[in-house]
Design a protein around this ligand. Structure first.
Ligand code: ZN
Ligand code: ZN
Length: 368
């Protein structure tokens, strides 16, 4: 990789890091990335509102390939004294998406200097953390007839530079369930005159282990209690309403949906038993991110050719990643590049490791 481009990419990453933006609010980030590409390339750039893409036209009619980076940061304080630390209170790039964007921008610069057969698309996606962005950006796949999509995620854990990948589920599917129970409040001395949702909520929480143990699932499933809130801090009033927040997760999307149905049915039956109303709303819906075997083989071959160590992950990542939306519309794969013994992503001490930018760009280049 050209050392000047690498230097520019690292500087860009630090700029993005200092001005993090939450999911769906990546206005400055999007503009800065477009400006960077306009100044340094002659690529065609198309703004799609919340996100944008750049295209390097190829000289053949072969189906296009795409690479994707996510632009959003996380609602978390920065606890490391970086010279380019976040200037936005309570928001920081704690998932390394600043690094994903810098690497993709560098790939665009590198690609522009080379001959490429097919068209190459560079997708700068919004709102990965909420699972909304890829669902919207994936429309580009059909519009442009894109054949294959690749993305990477930085990850601490293994030695720096080790690539992790697996065919099939790479990241689990998940969704947030918010149950709102509505009963009737009463004077605390006359609780029998009200309808208190405490018992339905307690029974729902107690039912979770059984609901997840049912062996009708093809892969692993989890249901996590996120929050339980009930009544108010007033000893004179028996609770009249309550809320339960759960996250359902599954190695397979189908299982996650089946688990959601089972939890919903249990909530409904406990509510009916106690004369309560219950309403369910879904949040942060993530698909299963399933890597295509053929695309995984290409990443393996690229890493072998480049001499990068690669391991086949025995299990999928439990955490979700919305890249699965692209892989429902086209072939593709997401792979990890490890950064050694650093604080994990989504923790206050985390910072993206600039030393893997070159590796990401080199692997992507080999896939074109
Ligand atoms: Zn994240
Ligand atoms: Zn991430």
């Amino acid at each position: 990789m050209d050392s000047r481009i690498l230097k520019q990419a690292v500087a860009l990453r630090h700029e993005l890091h200092a001005r993090p933006e939450l999911s769906g609010q990546e206005t400055w980030t999007k503009q800065r990335l477009q400006d960077f590409l306009r100044v340094n390339t002659a690529l065609e750039i198309t703004d799609r509102g919340a996100w944008f893409y750049a295209r390097k036209k190829g000289h053949s009619a072969a189906p296009p390939i795409a690479f994707r980076a996510d632009m959003d940061a996380v609602a978390m304080e920065e606890s490391v004294p970086l010279p380019y630390a976040s200037t936005v209170p309570g928001v920081a790039h704690k998932c390394g998406h600043d690094g994903h964007c810098a690497a993709l921008a560098a790939l665009a610069l590198e690609t522009e200097r080379r001959e490429n057969g097919r068209d190459v698309y560079f997708i700068f996606q919004h709102a990965e953390e909420t699972g909304r962005g890829a669902r919207e950006c994936a429309s580009l796949i059909g519009e442009k007839g894109i054949e294959e999509v690749f993305a990477f995620h930085n990850m601490s854990g293994h030695s720096r530079g080790v690539v992790g990948i697996r065919p099939g589920t790479m990241n689990c599917a998940s969704q947030g369930l918010s149950f709102r129970f509505r009963g009737v409040p009463a004077h605390a001395s006359l609780q029998e005159t009200g309808k208190n949702p405490a018992f339905a909520i307690a029974d729902l929480v107690r039912a979770i282990p059984d609901l997840t143990r049912q062996n009708t699932f093809q892969g692993a499933v989890w249901c996590t209690v996120i929050q339980v809130a009930l009544g108010s801090e007033n000893f004179g009033i028996a609770a009249g309403d309550g809320v339960v927040l759960l996250t359902c997760r599954g190695e397979r999307e189908e299982d996650m949906l089946r688990l959601t149905k089972a939890v919903e049915a249990a909530a409904g039956s406990f509510a009916a038993r106690d004369g309560l109303e219950v309403a369910l709303s879904l949040h942060d819906v993530f698909p299963e991110t399933a890597n295509h075997a053929e695309s995984v083989a290409k990443v393996r071959a690229a890493c072998a050719g480049l001499g990068y160590p690669l391991y086949d992950m025995p299990e999928p990542m439990r955490s979700s990643e919305d890249a699965g939306h692209y892989f429902k519309a086209a072939k593709g794969a997401l792979f990890l590049i490890h950064t050694g013994d650093r604080p994990p992503i989504h923790t206050p001490g985390y910072d993206f490791d600039d030393s893997i930018i070159e590796q990401a760009v080199t692997i992507f280049s080999a896939l074109i």
